[in-house]
Design a protein around this ligand. Structure first.
Ligand SMILES: Cc1ncc(COP(=O)(O)O)c(C=O)c1O
Length: 390
């Protein structure tokens, strides 16, 4: 019998980064010295205090039983206290916060909670791919909202056709932004929330890089905008801010109906995250000031040095306002996939082609700064040797 896969599966392309991992592996198997800046997977080890807390928690047999999907009180209370300190906002740990097994799964599941087949979701272009995944799972349709350099990589709300705004059910945003490094201000969020309320659109703001910001002011939460709590949720992650990508912990916060409904869906799918990991992440939030500013300082210095090096090599770019990424155009106009192949073949550097993030990513290359400083310097050196006419 030939196995017939579902139409839903037909709607998926291989996850962009999985493709890039495969390509890197192939080149390494040929014996080549490849440096990959294709994927945003922090190299900096998780803070020793968090690791030690996890070891203690691992020995506590209470943690060996099933967790609950919503997350334990220790973690949710730590999240609530952190939002109060970080944004001055009060969220009730019981019905305005729910933990996630990494923010990616919450993002992928949210459309199932609010969209019916055929409903419309607006997603940024270029984009982090998981928003589209969620819409495909829900049988919805996507409207790509351009993020253009001339607009600071923010959606131009006035340019969104009214018939799209009338139809859209959900709008995913992501600031500080992957892949462009753009940032949103609280003023921007205020406008956006007004616009979304007028058009009755739910906002899901992905704050995975909330604490990897390079602006003078800390990156704001959309939930600081008046009225946001009526229509918005925000997704947070410990993966980047705490360099805990492998631990798989994040949370959703904001509108209570959305938070509780996402949790109600997930209760049917997963059983939450290991309590030892939740408690270690809670320790991290409690010790935020000792841990995160140093990580932010390192990513900022890496971004500055890398951008300066690229500029000297003729690349066209502006310094990111946050995230672990540099979004840059090569010295010559060339399709991004061709540029990636030239880089890989000539100097053994792998980066992510902008076109993989959407049509407005064409012409750009995304470099991730989640490798040690020496490797980033070596990449800059190697890129300087590329003959773009070859
Ligand atoms: C924009 C964005 N959102 C969400 C995620 C998912 O993060 P995690 O599932 O590790 O919390 C990532 C990971 O790369 C990301 O870049």
């Amino acid at each position: 019998m030939e196995i017939q896969l579902s139409r839903t599966m037909g709607g998926f392309k291989p996850f962009l980064f999985e493709e890039l991992y495969r390509k890197e592996k192939q080149e390494r198997a040929k014996g080549r010295d490849i440096i990959s800046l294709a994927v945003g997977d922090p190299d900096i080890p998780t803070h020793e205090g968090i690791v030690e807390c996890a070891v203690r928690e691992l020995h506590n047999s209470k943690n060996h039983r099933y967790p609950n999907t919503k997350g334990n009180e220790r973690f949710r209370k730590a999240i609530s206290a952190w939002h109060k300190r970080r944004h001055g906002l009060d969220f009730h740990y019981n019905d305005e916060i729910s933990i996630l097994v990494g923010s990616k799964e919450g993002i992928a599941h949210l459309p199932l909670v609010v969209m019916n087949p055929g409903d419309l979701c607006m997603i940024p272009d270029p984009t982090y791919p998981t928003y589209r995944t969620g819409v495909v799972l829900a049988g919805g349709e996507v409207y790509d909202v351009p993020l253009l350099e001339k607009n600071g990589f923010l959606p131009d709300l006035a340019a969104i056709p009214q018939k799209i705004a009338d139809r859209a059910k959900l709008f995913f945003l992501n600031y500080p932004n992957n892949p462009t490094g753009g940032a949103a201000t609280l003023e921007y969020y205020r406008e956006l929330v007004k616009w979304a309320r007028k058009n009755e659109i739910i906002i899901a703001q992905d704050a995975a890089y909330s604490d990897i910001y390079f602006t003078e002011e800390p990156s704001p939460s959309i939930l600081q905008a008046e009225g946001a709590r009526d229509i918005a949720v925000e997704f947070y992650s410990v993966s980047k801010s705490f360099c805990m990508a492998g631990w798989r912990a994040g949370w959703v916060v904001g509108n209570s109906k959305l938070v509780c409904s996402l949790n109600a869906l997930k209760e049917n799918i997963d059983s939450g995250q290991f309590n030892a990991i939740q408690n270690a992440a809670a320790y991290g939030l409690d010790h935020f000031d000792e841990i995160v500013p140093e990580i932010r300082r390192r990513f900022k210095k890496r971004a500055e040095d890398f951008c300066n090096g690229l500029k000297k090599a003729g690349w066209r770019l502006s310094m990111p306002k946050g995230s672990c990424f540099i979004w840059a155009r090569p010295p010559v106009d060339i399709p991004s996939e061709q540029a990636v192949v030239k880089m890989l073949e000539q100097v053994g550097v792998l980066a992510a082609p902008g076109a993989g993030f959407g049509k407005n990513g064409e012409g750009y290359i995304r470099f991730s700064t989640t490798e040690p400083e020496e490797k980033l310097d070596e990449v800059v050196f190697r890129l300087g040797k590329i003959d773009w006419n070859r």
